[in-house]
Write a protein that binds this ligand. Sequence first.
Ligand code: PLP
Length: 381
Amino acid sequence: MADKAFDIPFNKPFIVGKELDYIKDAVDRKKISGNGHYSKLCHRFFEERYGYKKCLMTTSCTDALEMSAILADIKEGDEVILPSYTFVSTANAFVLRNAKLVFVDSEPDHPNMDASKIEESITPNTKAIVVVHYAGKACDMDPIMELCAKYNLFLIEDCAQAIDSTYKGKPLGSFGDFSAYSFHETKNVISGEGGLLVVNNEKYLDRSEIIWEKGTNRAAFFRGEVDKYGWVDKGSSFLASELNAAYLYGQLECLELIQNKRIKIVERYRSELSALNQTIFELPVLKDYTVENGHMFYLLFHDLDSRSEFIRYMRAQKIHCVFHYLSLHRSDFFKGYDDVNYDLPYCDQYADTLVRLPVFYELSDEEQEYIIGHIKAFVEK
Ligand SMILES: *Cc1c(COP(=O)(O)O)cnc(C)c1O
């Protein structure tokens, strides 16, 4: 093991290409509000690379999810099916529209929502299924797509962690009526705060742009498609600033480089840690219908105490490993929102036992060797 000491954060925001040049260029172009030169470059990048119908830069994934809830016309009395093992935004977007949340447990061997448990949760009031591709690994989309068709439900994909990932070779984000990306500084490509709404359902291409532009047809007006612009629908200010889009575009140009680096880091964790005797923790399973997109690498301990001991041990070596979601169905907010009692044992298990290792673009080979060395030392002790 290297005897040099490090202080390794869990995540580190980074610059990889022309991010700062593009921010300066956006300022020089005298247009730093939304839907300018760099926003359009970002839209086109996603539309062309993944075959999405339409993309709109937003200030966050949270905003893109809220737009999806408005587009799906979710209202009081509607039920929305989602995993409990997810970030609060996946749920909040629908709570803001007074929907009833219907939580489904995770898979026994993966934090993703268990597709085989969805149908029993569908009622005549079900309006949408929201999938979250945890750690960038696809949910089992074939049965989920079948349910959406059979019961005429909206499909919304939370792709916050899922850039460049696929299900059976098809890009994630291309299955949903609407899909939402995040460029928060903890994701693979970043813009500080930032997000993207993907619209694949042709019926909503025009309306998505109106909701994005505060309920006005301003975008169509500037393209010369209508001769005046005004208030035509509900909406809000969901546009990302050109400064954020400029930073993001600098990253998107280097996507291959970023992905290769992150995937290499994750694969090194997998190969070196799988050589250890895994009685203390298990490694993430990678199903054959999806791919490694380098978003995350986690360990699964057997209980909360052993995980806490590991986090403390690593922290003492100045290596910051962090747990992840707490079950939404057990949160204080949800207890006041609905009186359903859920029993979602796998979700609770991931909440107690999953810990994420540092994965970021600038993590050096030496630093990773230091991390792996200390994991080995923890196992041997
Ligand atoms: C990061 C994340 C979000 C929120 O993204 P923001 O851009 O910060 O709003 C939502 N869902 C999941 C699964 C995430 O990982």
